[in-house]
Each structure stands twice: as C-alpha cells, then as structure tokens.
Design a protein around this ligand. Structure first.
Ligand code: NI
Length: 183
C-alpha cells in the first residue's frame, strides 16, 4: 500500500477521457492494489472523494467516502466507502443547486458550481457486480464532481462565475457558509 502523489491542474492526465475497465481488470490484483492505494491516499489527505486520474491512472474508477465525524464536514451525512467502476450518471432532477467546491488537484481554491440536484449513478463494484445508487443534495454534487474527473473536466470549468473563485484563506474570511466540497 502506498499514498500516491496527486496530479494537479496542468497535468495532462486530468484532461484526458479515462477508459473503462473490463470485469477481468476490475478483479485483477493490480487494480485491487490501485484501489487500496487510492483509499490510503484519500485517508491521508482527509478528502471525501478521489478519481483515478488524480493519481495519474486514466481509468474510469472513483472512490467516495464521507466518514462520520469528519471534522472538515461535520454536518455531512455519512457515506460508507463506495468504489465505483465505469460509473454512468443519469440526471433525475435537472433543477440545479449551488455548492462551493474544492479539489485536491486544484489546491487552495474554492469555487461556486451549479449542478443538477438529483442523479442516479450506475456502476460496477469491486467484484464487477452492477449497482445503482441515487443521490441528492450535497452527495449528488460530490458524485458529479468526482465523475467529471473521468471525462477530463475540473470544477473550475463549471464555475457559476469566475468572480466566485476564491483562495481558501479569503473564502474562510469572506464567503464561508454553504459547505465546500473537497476531494
Ligand atoms: Ni476533484
């Protein structure tokens, strides 16, 4: 197991469309090791989501975990560790909601992004079995942020306005309110 380095904006891997994995790959030891590394990396940085391109693996794989009592997200509902392979998003309610977002690949910034408020995600789990999960509110934004990484999209591409992009220390002084999303 190893904590991986996080690719930052400017690294081309973050702008590539990641490829799907076969069921055989999902079950393979190298991919299992990658998932373990991603979980360890997520825990090391205290994030709530991580996509494989962020550790320089251009694969359609992301993990999401909101631990109970995460002190950076005290009001967030717990979400047990989800490992999502080849996820597909379907919008269930296109009405948008705004949250402040952050990203491990875009450090020290927060930006306001509007996204559909309710979605369904179809994906394969670590055993290659299909699942569907519905998410709304903050969790819907977390999913969409993470899964955008698989298409080479960063939250800064989707800002409500560039006037709503802030350095974190200034954000804390002047704009704290709705919860930011960090991954
Ligand atoms: Ni991100």
């Amino acid at each position: 197991m190893a904590v991986r380095a996080i690719a930052k904006m400017g690294n081309p891997v973050l702008r590539q469309k990641a490829r799907e994995l076969t069921r055989e790959e999902i079950l393979s030891e190298p991919i299992r090791a990658l998932v373990r590394d991603m979980v360890e990396t997520l825990h090391a940085v205290g994030g709530i989501g991580l996509a494989a391109p962020q550790v320089e693996e251009s694969l359609r794989l992301a993990i999401i975990e909101i631990a109970a009592g995460n002190d950076r997200y005290p009001s967030m509902k717990e979400q047990e560790l989800l490992v999502l392979f080849n996820p597909k998003v379907t919008v269930l309610d296109a009405a948008t909601q705004e949250f402040w977002e952050g990203c491990l690949s875009v450090p020290e910034l927060r930006g306001l992004v509007a996204r559909p408020r309710k979605i369904r995600v179809d994906y394969l789990d670590s055993e290659g079995k299909p699942h569907a999960i519905e998410a709304e509110g903050f969790l819907a934004t977390v999913f969409q942020h993470e899964l955008d990484h698989l298409d080479g999209t960063l939250y800064v591409d989707k800002l409500v306005s560039t006037k709503q992009l802030m350095f974190l220390d200034e954000f804390r002084k002047f704009a704290a309110g709705s919860p930011p999303v960090a991954d």
